[in-house]
Design a protein around this ligand. Structure first.
Ligand SMILES: [Zn+2]
Length: 193
């Protein structure tokens, strides 16, 4: 489950019963911590120990991950997003990898996953954009495949900003996809506003 990156605020929301269960809409309460993990950020590695929460309704437990990351990815979402933008802009994989300081195989893995899910990603973010801004006319085709997926992401992020105020685009993307941007199709489908 993806939450804000400000740990103190998440803690306050958790203790105040303000976080809803993604499975049953019950109220989440604190339930210890998940294992420590490394998040590779632009400024260097950060060690984080995410909070774990348990639903008072269905008793299911959820790990609260900051919107700085995506599920099962070690790199900060802004780095992954920069790679996707550069790729759609025509930059080669090796060049992107060396510029971002990430192994080429890792970048190749992100881009392959993004391309494979492009149609689902486009559809999901188009739905998000329309839900956020019902007046939106639609998302124009940008040239097929990954370009259309990125365009839908941009439109949804813009709709989010108009509604909730400015924020880093790729963190908004993490939230809108419930961390599942590069996951399988079903994990993306559960992403909610
Ligand atoms: Zn629940």
């Amino acid at each position: 489950m993806i939450v804000g990156a400000e740990q103190a605020q998440v803690e306050a929301e958790l203790l105040g019963g303000l976080l809803g269960c993604p499975s049953c809409r019950g109220v989440l309460g604190p339930w210890g911590h998940a294992r420590e993990r490394v998040l590779r950020c632009v400024e260097g590695d950060r060690l984080r120990r995410p909070r774990r929460a348990r639903c008072r309704g269905c008793l299911g437990t959820h790990v609260l991950l900051p919107d700085l990351c995506l599920l099962r990815r070690q790199d900060e979402v802004s780095v992954i997003g920069a790679a996707i933008e550069a790729h759609v802009g025509g930059e080669g994989c090796r060049s992107i990898a060396s510029r971002l300081g990430v192994p080429a195989d890792t970048v190749r893995g992100w881009l392959r996953r993004f391309a494979a899910g492009a149609e689902q990603i486009r559809a999901h973010f188009t739905r998000c954009a329309v839900a956020l801004d019902p007046m939106l006319g639609g998302v124009l085709p940008a040239g097929g495949g990954v370009a259309d997926a990125l365009e839908a992401i941009a439109v949804a992020a813009r709709a989010w900003v108009l509604r909730f105020g400015p924020g880093p685009v790729w963190r908004i993307v993490s939230r809108l996809s419930a961390g599942g941007l590069l996951g399988n199709t079903s994990s993306l489908a559960t992403g909610t506003l």
